[in-house]
Design a protein around this ligand. Structure first.
Ligand code: G1P
Length: 293
């Protein structure tokens, strides 16, 4: 089995939950501590072994692409002033990693955004990372936990992997919710374990009411897909919210191919929601400030 080296990061959302901050700054570039939120998501992908990252955005998101490019003018100016260390710190992206951007064209939903990356991804299997979700980089070992675990699991059994975490009853309507094949895996078993676990899933329901929720296991925003998902996405029509949902294509994929859920370890932060973003900012800043500052 060939290693997965490609990842898609959809960045086309308007960030309405983050207004007014996101009016003229892409929400993905808002800071968590001393870095933009998307910096941690790209670092997570790289730590897991990803080499080609495709951002799916639109005209107002080009500042994100610039963040991952070298700013030659700034670089020259810093080096002319002898600030080489600072200049080096800006060029942190490893030389064997590429970040490219493609435009979604129409805002037709997450499934449509992932499909927009097909011309660059080609025949490769790939990961998807939703940048609203930032996994705690301080407590996790990104070289083996979560996404890295999912990539290894895929390499071992060829099953697409969907990261899930337990959420409170009041939260289920915000997420894709897993329908488990084996009820014994539900709620009582899946606590905050300190190792990832992966097992087969029967399906997903996108943003159900509490009454319709088949479990409390929510899709966190990290996926590892067989390339076949593209065919299913191409045949997916708009559903919940009038959008082409990734969840629907996953459900179709399940009927023909193996799909597992991977339970998450550590904490995740929703950087696309104002309240949770502010809590995340405080946590990241606390981690980065020296104790005596
Ligand atoms: C998307 C997915 C949903 C998932 C969520 C995670 O929803 O459609 O299944 O649980 O991301 O953040 P969105 O938050 O884009 O509405």
């Amino acid at each position: 089995m060939k290693k997965i080296t490609h990842a898609v990061i959809p960045v086309a959302g308007f960030g309405t939950r983050m207004l007014p901050l996101s009016k003229s700054v892409p929400k993905e570039l808002l800071p968590l501590g001393n870095r933009p939120a998307i910096h941690y998501v790209v670092e997570e992908a790289i730590a897991a072994g990803i080499k080609h990252i495709v951002l799916v955005g639109h005209a107002q998101k080009s500042a994100i692409e610039n963040y991952f490019d070298i700013n030659a003018e700034l670089d020259n100016q810093l080096r002319n002033k002898g600030k080489d260390a600072l200049a080096d710190s800006l060029n942190w992206l490893p030389e064997d990693v590429t970040v490219s951007m493609i435009r979604q064209g129409k805002a037709l939903g997450l499934g449509h955004a992932v499909l927009a990356a097909r011309p660059i991804i080609g025949d490769h299997n790939f990961a998807v990372l939703l940048p609203d979700v930032v996994l705690d980089p301080f407590a996790n070992d990104m070289h083996k936990d979560n996404l890295a675990f999912m990539l290894t699991a895929f390499a071992n059994n060829d099953h697409s992997q969907i990261l899930v975490d337990k959420v409170a009853d009041s939260e289920v309507h915000k997420y894709g919710i897993a329908k488990l094949s084996d009820r014994s895996h539900d709620v009582s078993d899946i606590n905050k374990a300190d190792v990832n676990a992966s097992f087969q899933v029967a399906g997903f329901v996108e943003k159900p009411s509490l009454a319709d929720a088949p479990s409390r296991l929510a899709v966190v925003g990290r996926y590892v897909f067989s390339n076949k998902i593209f065919d299913y996405l191409a045949n997916t029509t708009a559903s919940v919210g009038g959008e082409i949902q990734l969840t629907d294509a996953i459900d179709a994929l399940i009927s023909q191919h193996g799909v597992d859920v991977t339970t998450m370890v550590g904490d995740s932060y929703d950087a696309g929601d104002m309240r949770s973003y502010m809590q995340a900012f405080v946590y990241f800043a606390q981690q980065q400030l020296a104790p005596d500052e």
